[in-house]
Design a protein around this ligand. Structure first.
Ligand code: AMP
Ligand code: MG
Length: 424
């Protein structure tokens, strides 16, 4: 237990801060390393398994950045009009076969290879042309302008993309510009997902009095799919020791991560604790946050000396389940998948109303970031902020984050905001 450094924190009544919990999780995890090769067209969102070293210079030749006239910059007259004679036209795709002498220029198209000896392109709109005569007024261009240099985009032998990158559209284009038809990626992380609770019903079942539909499994499935994870849906598990045990065993047999919701609050925790204690080193944390408590995290043993599965046991309340997923699990799962997560897109915006808060816990409120009437952006809360009110999350486009040490804020105060775009 001490090896993970997570158990001592559970002793006593001390609450962990959100940052302490995040740090403890990050310190415990070891990323997967197994990889595969995929065609470029299927690589979007995958984690790059090793650095991509550029096998060529891009562009492969100096070329023109504009449609215009290419000439030797040394020919520019100091203080007077430069007059040149155009001796041909050069299109992208084929180098110029002829020769360009002093006092001459070439009509050139964007992307065409710069002929030997020419280093400057004057754009069409910046010169005057009469037949073959091209006149350039003083001061419109300096030597070397509008020439794209060989290798200025990507140089031969230099890393073009780094291992751990979650591949984006531009990265696929970049790999294609290097002539690469496939990329080495890590295999997707396998996440087993189940919900716990006797009161839960699955879709298609009748809703008896006192029961609710299992919504967490669908919110979390969506959140996992957005991260490119492979979801193993283990359904619903009743509040029952044997059922929990059997499902956890099935989960660790197949998955790198076990993601559950419900069943870790005070009333349930006793038998959950016993079942989990027999399988690994799970810590039950009291995290100083709202919504969110309770939350459990730790390694579960797997058969055959495999590395452990990591349990993230989220609270059952639908908003709390998603908020704890974004606060703790999202970045951890990306790390486990071998990605180097970028910081969350955090924004600072003035809030439209006062919010009461006491220092000593982090609060995540559901909010809408919108254009402010006077320009810029503002953030307002969405309706009821109860931990079970999923509508507040569905209507939101951001989480308003009140930091651990922060006290109440007044209308107009700037607050931290996690935008959903980029996050989900
Ligand atoms: P628990 O954390 O198990 O004590 O659950 C807290 C609250 O969340 C209870 O009102 C549960 O009915 C509700 N809840 C738990 N799991 C789910 C779920 N999968 N979908 C919807 N509500 C849930
Ligand atoms: Mg429950």
């Amino acid at each position: 237990m001490s090896e993970l450094g997570i158990s001592p924190l559970t002793k006593g009544d001390r609450h962990l801060s959100v940052d302490e919990a995040r740090a403890a999780i990050a310190a415990a995890l070891r990323p997967i390393t197994e990889g595969e090769t995929v065609p470029l067209a299927r690589a979007l969102g995958r984690v790059l398994g090793s650095d991509v070293i550029s096998p060529i210079d891009v562009p492969a030749h100096d070329n023109s950045a504009m449609d215009g006239y290419a000439f030797a910059g040394a020919a520019l007259a100091a203080g007077g009009v430069t007059r040149l004679r155009s001796v041909g036209t050069l299109y992208a795709g084929a180098p110029y076969a002829g020769e360009v002498r002093a006092g001459e220029c070439l009509r050139i198209m964007t992307g065409a290879v710069m002929p030997e000896g020419l280093d400057t392109v004057v754009p069409l709109e910046l010169c005057s042309v009469a037949g073959e005569q091209v006149a350039i007024e003083p001061g419109v261009i300096t030597p070397g302008e509008n020439r794209r240099r060989r290798g200025e985009d990507l140089a031969l032998g230099r890393p073009a993309l780094q291992a751990g990158r979650v591949l984006r559209p531009a990265d696929l284009g970049l790999a294609a510009s290097l002539g690469l038809a496939e990329l080495p990626v890590l295999r997707p992380l396998r996440v087993a997902l189940f919900s716990t609770g006797d009161e839960l019903r699955t879709l298609g079942q009748a809703l008896e009095p006192g029961c609710v539909y299992d919504s967490n499994r669908y919110s979390l499935m969506g959140a996992l799919q957005r991260l490119g994870m492979e979801v193993i849906d283990l359904g619903l598990v009743p509040d029952d020791r044997a059922a929990l045990q059997a499902t956890l065993q099935a989960a660790v047999a197949q998955a790198d991560v076990v993601l559950t919701s419900g069943g870790v609050s005070m009333g349930d925790a006793d038998y959950t604790r016993e079942v989990l204690a027999a399988m690994g080193e799970v810590a039950f944390w009291k995290v100083a946050m709202r919504p969110g408590r309770p939350f459990a995290f730790g390694p579960l043993q797997r058969p055959g000396g495999q590395p452990p599965s990591w349990l993230f046991a989220l609270p059952g309340n639908p908003v709390a389940a998603l908020v704890t997923f974004y606060a703790f699990a999202r970045e951890a799962l990306l790390r486990l998948a071998g990605a180097r997560p970028e910081p969350l897109p955090t924004l600072q915006a003035p809030c439209t109303a006062a919010i009461r808060k006491r220092p000593g816990r982090t609060e995540f409120q559901r909010a809408v970031v919108e254009p402010a009437p006077a320009g810029g952006w503002q953030v307002r809360l969405t309706g009821s902020q109860g931990a079970g009110v999923l509508r507040s999350m569905s209507e939101a486009n951001a989480l308003l984050v009140l930091r651990h040490d922060q006290a109440s804020v007044a209308a107009g105060d700037f607050v931290d905001v996690w935008l959903f775009d980029g996050l989900v």
